[in-house]
Design a protein around this ligand. Sequence first.
Ligand SMILES: Nc1ncnc2c1ncn2[C@@H]1O[C@H](COP(=O)(O)OP(=O)(O)OP(=O)(O)O)[C@@H](O)[C@H]1O
Ligand SMILES: [Mg+2]
Length: 239
Amino acid sequence: MTENVPRLCTYVTGLDSRMSGGIPKGSVVLVEGSAGCLKSSLTYSILYQNALRGNFHGLYITLEQSRQDLEEHMAGLGMARSSQQDMESKIAIVDLGELRSFLTESGESEIGTNWLKSILKQIDSYQEEFPLDVFVLDSLNAMLSLQDKENPRVEMFHFIRELKSHPMTSFLISEVSGTERVGRGSVDFLADGIIRMEAKRVDEMVNMQMGIVKMRKTYHDRSFMPFIVRNGALEVVGK
Ligand SMILES: Nc1ncnc2c1ncn2[C@@H]1O[C@H](COP(=O)(O)OP(=O)(O)OP(=O)(O)O)[C@@H](O)[C@H]1O
Ligand SMILES: [Mg+2]
């Protein structure tokens, strides 16, 4: 009975009810979309709202933006970690600079580094402090461009399999340009879920929309839903 699987709420108003209550826990979910479609905001808000309402712990690895940049953007959307008690201990944000220091401290050289493995190590090191419920990698494309391995598809297969072996729910941000999915190989098939974010022009306006393309172990709505950001949360609007 798929209805009985434990779920992670997204707390995006109107989204959880469109997938039988939330994302099946432990899933690896791709969040895909073109530039500026609020991919980081969606995944951060899932982490933030779960820390706030569910007392959960999360790790956000940001490879494209610095931690400070990301925090400033999220504060602008009403999701400042400092505005709530204990939020800084429940949400860990690690940027590329910190990941590099972590590598140096653990005696590794950056040249030839297997970044996928070092991200898994970083997850393990946080797990020693507290069990992680939510993990975000922002973005898969940035990580693959750091990786100088010969066969990124094989590496990716192992990476996703490792993530699936963790009880936490993982979100991997994937930038797409038009229909092109840069360097992603067979990730679509390996992932348990795909949420797609789009900007849709209607006359003079650009509306943001999201749709659940795929979500294993659950019934879900397949329509593309307009959404807005209000008071630190995303809301699906309309039907
Ligand atoms: N205060 C705000 N309220 C609502 N929307 C905002 C606010 N500030 C910025 N934005 C919107 O958020 C967008 C950026 O959001 P976000 O960083 O989550 O997108 P992204 O898809 O991760 O972008 P990128 O492709 O650059 O990584 C901006 O393009 C802007 O449209
Ligand atoms: Mg982003």
